[in-house]
Structures are given as structure tokens and as C-alpha cells.
Design a protein around this ligand. Structure first.
Ligand SMILES: N[C@@H](CCC(=O)N[C@@H](CS)C(=O)NCC(=O)O)C(=O)O
Ligand SMILES: [Fe+2]
Length: 366
């Protein structure tokens, strides 16, 4: 099985990617709206087909990426039946099994943090995705969305702590950077509801947490009730329209050499090699490209033209990746790295007619 734990740093939310290594079919547990392009990039780079997004509950602190994923990949949205959401394709109940290639996830209802919380357990019981029912050395709060500490106590004790001691527990959040625990570890060391803790102590603990409501609760709960369907399309993550750019998991927009060859005059091309290197290199400059070395780029953002999209180049496409990130951070709107760099360009046989820097290069060098 292919397995990845992904973090949304701003809400400390974990998203889990599970995929069958043979059929390449994948499931995403608890995707995050703002991480849509990251998750799409990973699916593409690992050559996976997303079959399902699965929700552990109606989140109060962030918006799910489920609806966006369905739009982008034709995946199906699976959600707990008791979460009361619309827009889902599959409503899951206690004892149901969600199948994706050879992966089977058993559905265990674990209400208490919210009344629709669900834990998903791999069929060999080696991994459990507990959402916010059981956190590492903690448990989800119980003060809104039908939360109830007594119910949570019984959910965890009966549905999670009955799993094998070495079952790995992957939570929906961790606010301290911890990533995984086991059933045995939590039964022994969870200060809120480990084996030694009595129900009334847990209830007393949870009733006195004194946490402020999540900052984004007013926006997140209604959005998650429709599986993350945005109110209007302007709220969806922006994908550039100037060309077939692809967001990589490394976090940069990329475009192909083939596209650049066919649309050379629609963009500015910036070669980020050092000047001396360009002069000494057997690798040519593309026709009309500007040389603006990576070492000077941060100080010369103002020299970057903005009237057309900017495509960045270097021999292998590595340094230009860094250049693309610098320009994006600096607010240059339409920017992409050319995948594979000049070597790829030459490999495609684009050499002669397309090489030779434009006069402007000298201007930029001055
Ligand atoms: N400060 C966070 C609050 C996060 C929060 O309340 N998280 C919920 C999960 S949705 C929780 O149960 N936290 C338990 C805890 O922090 O002990 C925010 O504003 O988003
Ligand atoms: Fe939650």
C-alpha cells in the first residue's frame, strides 16, 4: 500500500493518502480545501487515480477539499451518514466497508467530538484514522456540533481501544507536531481517557477545557455541510489560464518545452544562468530570452516584465524552479518553470531556429 500523511500547517490538520500500489487507486481521508493543488500534484506525480475522498466528520476549523477533488478528478465523496451532509455520493454507517482496489476501510462510528464522527480502520487492523475522536495524548473537544463527552468516552473505549494494541492511530490533528501513536500507547498514556481514567474524570476534564471556538468555525461548518462546495467559483483555488501549467508537489507552476516552443511569442523567457556561464556554455540561449541570473533575481524583481507570463529556464530546470518560487513569492502573477530546462528543449530538437538571446539581454545586464 502507498501511504502518505500530509499536513495543513495553518490548521494542524492531517490528510491521509492511501493507495493500492497495483491498481493505483487512491483514497484521501480529510482533505483540506486550501491544499487542493498540493494533493492533486501528489496524486499526479504518484500516478494515482483518486476514487474517494472520505470525511471523518464535519470539521469546525477548516473546509474540506472533497468537493474540489470531485470536480477535478471525478472521485466520489464518502461521508458519515450521521454527519448529516448534502453533496456526498456515499453515506457510511457502522460496519460498512469502503473498498478501493485492495484497500478496505471498515467504518466505525465514534460520536462524541461531533455526533457524526467516524473512525476508519484498515481491514487488517494495522491502521486507524480516528479523526478528532482520539488525538495523540488527547481527544477532540466536545463543546459544540452535538459533542458529548460521555458518548466520546464510550466511542473511544469500545470502538478504538478494542483494536489490537499495535494498531497505528492516525489523528485528524496534532497541535504539537506529533504524527502517529498506537492503541497501546494511548491506552497507557492518554491523560484524558487512558485505561486508568474513569468516565466521570473524562467528563470533568472535557467540560473544563476552556478552549475558544475555532477561528474559522462560522465559515467552516456550513461549508462542510455541503462537502466543501464553494458559494461561488471565485472562491476556488486559482489555476492560471494563460497556458497548461501544472502545480507540482514541490510547490511550483511548470510548463512544458513543447508548449513553450509553440507559444514562444506569448511569454517572456528568462534564463537564470550566470552571465559568465551563458558565455562559456555550449547550451544556447533561447531566441529572445533575457539573462537574469538567479543570484541577482531577488534584488532585481523590478526588472521582471509583467505584461506577459514569464517562463524561467536553466540547463536542467532546477535553478529555474527556485527562480519561479522567488517570483511567485514576490507577487509576479503569471510565472512558470519550464520543465526539464534547456537540456530538454535541445532533446526535443528545438535547437537552431529558436536559439539566440534578444537585444534586451544587454539592457538587463547593464
Ligand atoms: N485554535 C484552533 C482550534 C482548534 C480546535 O478547537 N480543534 C478541535 C478539533 S476540530 C479540537 O478538538 N481540539 C482539541 C484540543 O485542542 O485539545 C482553531 O482556531 O482552529
Ligand atoms: Fe474536528
Amino acid at each position: 500500500m502507498i501511504f502518505r500523511q500530509l499536513l495543513d500547517g495553518s490548521t494542524s490538520t492531517y490528510t491521509y493518502l492511501l493507495a493500492d500500489a497495483d491498481s493505483r487507486e487512491a483514497i484521501l481521508v480529510d482533505s483540506v480545501f486550501e491544499q487542493h493543488l498540493r494533493d492533486l500534484a501528489l496524486l499526479r506525480e504518484l500516478e494515482l487515480t483518486l476514487r474517494y475522498t472520505v470525511e471523518t466528520h464535519v470539521h469546525a476549523d477548516h473546509v474540506t477539499g472533497a468537493w474540489l477533488m470531485r470536480e477535478a478528478t471525478s472521485s466520489k465523496i464518502a461521508a458519515p451518514a450521521r454527519a448529516g451532509v448534502t453533496e456526498a455520493d456515499l453515506l457510511l454507517r457502522q460496519g460498512d466497508v469502503l473498498r478501493c482496489g485492495s484497500i478496505e476501510l471498515e467504518v466505525r462510528e465514534t460520536p462524541g467530538h461531533t455526533d457524526g464522527c467516524t473512525t476508519y480502520v484498515l481491514s487488517d487492523r494495522s491502521m486507524a484514522f480516528t479523526g478528532d475522536a482520539l488525538l495523540i495524548r488527547g481527544a477532540g473537544r466536545t463543546d459544540f456540533q452535538g459533542g458529548d463527552p460521555a458518548r466520546l468516552f464510550h466511542s473511544v473505549r469500545e470502538q478504538i481501544f478494542t483494536l489490537p494494541p499495535n494498531c497505528m492511530v492516525y489523528p485528524g490533528h496534532d497541535y504539537e507536531g506529533r504524527t502517529v501513536t498506537t492503541v497501546a500507547e494511548e491506552r497507557t498514556h492518554n491523560p484524558r481517557l487512558g485505561d486508568r481514567v474513569r468516565e466521570e474524570d473524562f467528563i470533568g476534564y472535557m467540560k473544563n477545557l476552556g478552549l475558544p471556538h475555532p477561528k474559522r468555525m462560522a465559515e467552516a461548518v456550513p461549508a462542510n455541510r455541503v462537502c466543501g462546495r464553494p458559494k461561488d467559483s471565485t472562491a476556488t483555488p486559482r489555476t492560471p489560464t494563460w497556458g497548461p501549467v501544472i502545480r507540482t508537489f514541490a510547490g511550483v507552476w511548470e510548463i512544458s518545452a513543447e508548449w513553450l516552443f509553440q507559444h514562444r511569442d506569448e511569454v517572456h523567457v528568462i534564463d537564470v544562468r550566470e552571465h559568465a556561464e551563458v558565455e562559456a556554455s555550449p547550451l544556447p540561449c533561447l531566441r529572445g530570452s533575457m539573462v537574469l541570473p538567479l543570484s541577482e533575481l531577488r534584488a532585481r524583481i523590478a526588472d521582471v516584465p509583467r505584461d506577459r507570463p514569464v517562463v524561467l529556464l536553466c540547463p536542467s530546470g532546477a535553478r529555474s524552479t527556485s527562480a519561479a518560487m522567488i517570483l511567485e513569492k514576490a507577487g509576479v502573477e503569471n510565472v512558470a518553470n519550464m520543465r526539464g530546462g534547456i537540456v530538454e528543449w535541445l532533446g526535443l530538437g528545438f535547437t537552431a531556429a529558436e536559439s539566440g538571446p534578444q537585444g534586451r539581454e544587454n539592457q538587463l545586464r547593464a
